[in-house]
Design a binder for this molecule. Structure first.
Ligand code: CTP
Length: 395
């Protein structure tokens, strides 16, 4: 495994030497990135001798950048591990600050991040540090430790760097969970909006959250992710390539253009089934029109087109139903020809649109294959859907 070990400037930096040794003994390739302050506590020569590689610390060093650029370093890593992580480095990571080589590489990498905090107990307990750790954990960063005990500063309490054995295990686990490494996952998400006139649209209540959760989890699991998003108010998940679209026709074009690159396709968008035949060029006026009629034409069925044009990709569709969920999902599986259909009952407000939880049934590849996923967060449901899709792909 290729491990990027970030060392920040606290007294526990001396323990990083033992950590490097354990990592290399277990056969991992280690490249050390130390902050300037870390090198006040531990010498670059020691770390270099133990890792067998030049220690890097300067973002603006011509020699270091010419050997391997900070982006190459970020791309090289299977896992980025920061041990020890000081309160200051944790704060910089939480805020997305990139003011030295270590924090820049952490922003640029798509590898999972493992952080082992070490600091004085009061710094650790400070609400700022706790909030920063929470923010990192919510982004999927694994926090390992700290331990409690006697601290180098003389205080007793939490703040000791955990044992190197636990840190090595956390790093191996984080990289091992990259189950989608090598896969290219194409996701569509959100509603589409079909223009009626320059100010009005036909749309639906999809928030895009389920599809965005799938994109986020896929990226965290090491996949390259292409996300075609309808009009939604959601931030782009880390490491995801996003293509924004508005209408079903635009969504179709974007999905089909990305299809050849994909190995796994998850179509979670709530595509408008119809579009207005001829949207008005100017705003429709109310005066004199007691009643108006909009002529609607059928939109392309993106899922069906994907199934027709695929070359080996596993294709997952969704079925938002209000009644006879399982029967409708089975019928949809047959009609669309995809491998899996993820069905959910949108008539239940607690798992329907714009909420953070979901409960779904995954049907397929055969009509008799039914997997119930009990109520969980959309991220947990996303994990199960991707797991199932991967099983089908590798079967
Ligand atoms: N879908 C699509 N293009 C469309 C309509 C639907 O790609 N024009 C996809 C959705 O993204 C979803 C699946 O097809 O993955 C099922 O969508 P749904 O709206 O439930 O099915 P419909 O085909 O529209 O069938 P119905 O509305 O009759 O239930």
């Amino acid at each position: 495994m290729k491990i990027l070990l970030g060392i920040s400037g606290g007294i526990a930096a001396y323990k990083a030497c033992e950590l490097v040794r354990q990592l290399t003994t277990r056969g991992h390739a280690v490249r050390v990135v130390a902050t300037q302050h870390a090198l006040e506590f531990v010498s670059a020569l020691t770390l270099q001798t133990l890792s067998g590689e030049r220690v890097r610390s300067d973002l603006f060093s011509l020699t270091e950048e010419s050997e391997i650029s900070h982006i190459d370093l970020a791309d090289w890593a299977d896992v980025a591990l920061i041990a020890p992580a000081t309160a200051n480095t944790i704060a910089r990571l939480a805020s997305g600050i990139a003011d030295d080589l270590l924090t820049t590489v952490c922003l640029a990498t798509r590898a999972p991040l493992v952080v082992a905090p070490a600091m004085n107990v009061n710094m650790y307990r400070h609400p700022a540090t706790q909030e920063n750790l929470d923010r990192l954990a919510k982004r999927g960063v694994r926090i390992v430790g700290p331990d409690a005990g006697e601290l180098a500063c003389g205080w007793q309490g939490e703040g000791r760097l955990v044992d190197p054995v636990a840190i090595v295990a956390a790093a191996e686990r984080a990289a091992g969970r990259q189950r989608l490494r090598g896969e290219v996952v194409l996701v569509d998400a959100g509603p589409t909006a079909e223009p009626v006139d320059p100010v009005r649209v036909l749309t639906n209540r999809s928030s895009g959250r389920m599809g965005f959760a799938i994109a986020e989890v896929a990226a965290r699991e090491g996949a390259e992710v292409l996300l075609v998003a309808g009009p939604v108010h959601l931030p782009t998940p880390h490491g995801v390539e996003r293509i924004d679209v508005v209408t079903a026709a635009e969504m179709r074009d974007a999905v089909l253009a990305s299809l050849p690159r994909a190995t796994l396709v998850v179509l979670a968008a709530a595509v408008s089934d119809y579009a207005v035949r001829e949207p008005a060029g100017t705003k429709l006026k109310r005066e004199g029109a007691e009643q108006i009629t909009l002529e609607l034409v059928r939109n392309p069925d993106i899922l069906r087109e994907v199934v027709e044009r695929r070359s080996g990709q596993v294709v997952v569709g969704f079925a938002a139903e209000t009644d006879d969920v399982l029967a409708n999902a089975r019928a949809k599986l047959g009609r669309k020809g995809c491998d899996l259909i993820v069905a959910n009952d949108v008539s239940r407000p607690e798992i329907g649109f714009d909420v953070d939880r979901n409960e779904v049934t995954i049907v397929g590849p055969g009509a008799g294959d039914v997997l119930e996923i009990p109520m969980a967060t959309k991220h947990e449901v996303a994990e199960r859907i991707l797991e199932r899709a991967l099983e089908v792909r590798r079967s």
